[in-house]
Design a protein around this ligand. Structure first.
Ligand code: 0GY
Length: 292
């Protein structure tokens, strides 16, 4: 399959990070794409990526000095979670997954995914990536995943937060917000927009966030100094409810191709103590994805 026009493939030779992650560190947000001849992309997809299979992901994990992955089903594979499940089965205890499902999903299908290591579903509200789903469907899915103790990962952009709050309030499980709710960093860490996101976590002990994607949020580019205050504020305020991930293979980047080693080097700036790094990279993801 031909990549979407202008699609930037992932970095072919990321640096070895200067920052050494503690043993057992988890990359809690990454994807597998294809390979398309084995796992074709969904007909309803909004983009066609560059193939980025499980072997490449696991090689990157080792190169970066990480031990585990949480693999998130990406929109280009739609509701067919086969590539994800295949990667999870190969990784065994070294990976867990987040699936994308419709309200028609059956208990048996969820059970199979649970056996493979899936621990949650993703609800995507980013309009350029998916067609709109009625809220009733999300509520139905939330009911169906309850017997498995799964949680819900949500992806939205900052201007959509206010409108989504009533829906988020209906979920009585853990919710993980991708990429800090995608703030506009030009507004500053003290903006009303970011305060609203911080308050969301302050008011709802079941809401976590991934302090990920400086490469998408930055205006200045690498080394992502303009995004650090946002992530650091969240790590220091909610040390037990933050996760970190590479977002490899970085779909739909247009400004630049991020170097994953350079992304790892951001970690000590957003989690400046050993104790915060231990929570961010090990304790929190292990609690949410591995222990139950
Ligand atoms: C990410 C971000 C993006 C894509 C997807 O499911 C997806 O296709 O999540 C994006 O384009 O912002 O988290 O991978």
């Amino acid at each position: 399959m031909t990549m979407s026009e202008g699609y930037l493939p992932f970095h072919s030779d990321p640096k070895k990070p200067d920052y050494k992650a503690p043993d057992g560190a988890v990359d809690a947000h990454c994807h597998v794409f294809g390979p398309a001849d084995q796992f074709p992309y969904a007909p309803e997809r909004k983009y066609t990526p560059c193939d980025a299979g499980k072997d490449q992901l696991f090689a990157l994990r080792d190169h970066l000095g990480f031990s585990r992955n949480v693999i998130v089903q990406a929109s280009c594979h739609g509701k067919n979670n086969d590539a994800l499940v295949d990667a999870l089965v190969t990784a065994g205890d070294k990976a867990r997954g987040i699936a994308f499902v419709g309200k028609e999903v059956t208990h048996e299908e969820l059970k199979k995914m649970d056996d493979a290591g899936v621990r949650g579903v993703r609800f995507n509200f980013v309009k350029r990536l998916v067609d709109t789903t009625p809220w009733e469907d999300f509520l139905e899915i939330a009911e169906k995943i309850k017997p498995f103790g799964w949680h819900i990962v949500v992806y939205f952009e900052a201007p959509d937060l206010e409108g989504l709050k009533p829906l988020l309030a209906k979920f009585d499980t853990t919710i993980v917000v991708d990429h800090m709710g995608r703030p506009d960093v030009s507004k500053g860490v003290d903006s009303a927009e970011f305060a609203s996101f911080v308050n969301l976590l302050a008011d709802n002990p079941n809401i976590w966030t991934k302090v990920s994607c400086p490469e998408r949020l930055t205006i200045d580019g690498p080394p992502y100094t303009d995004v650090i205050p946002f992530a650091r504020k969240l790590v220091e305020t909610f040390p037990d409810r933050v996760l970190w991930g590479t977002d490899w293979p970085h779909p739909n980047m247009s400004s630049h191709v991020p170097d994953d080693g350079q992304l790892v080097d951001v970690i000590p700036h957003i989690a400046p103590t050993d104790a915060l790094q231990q929570k961010l990279l090990i304790d929190n993801p292990m609690r949410l994805y591995w222990e139950r």
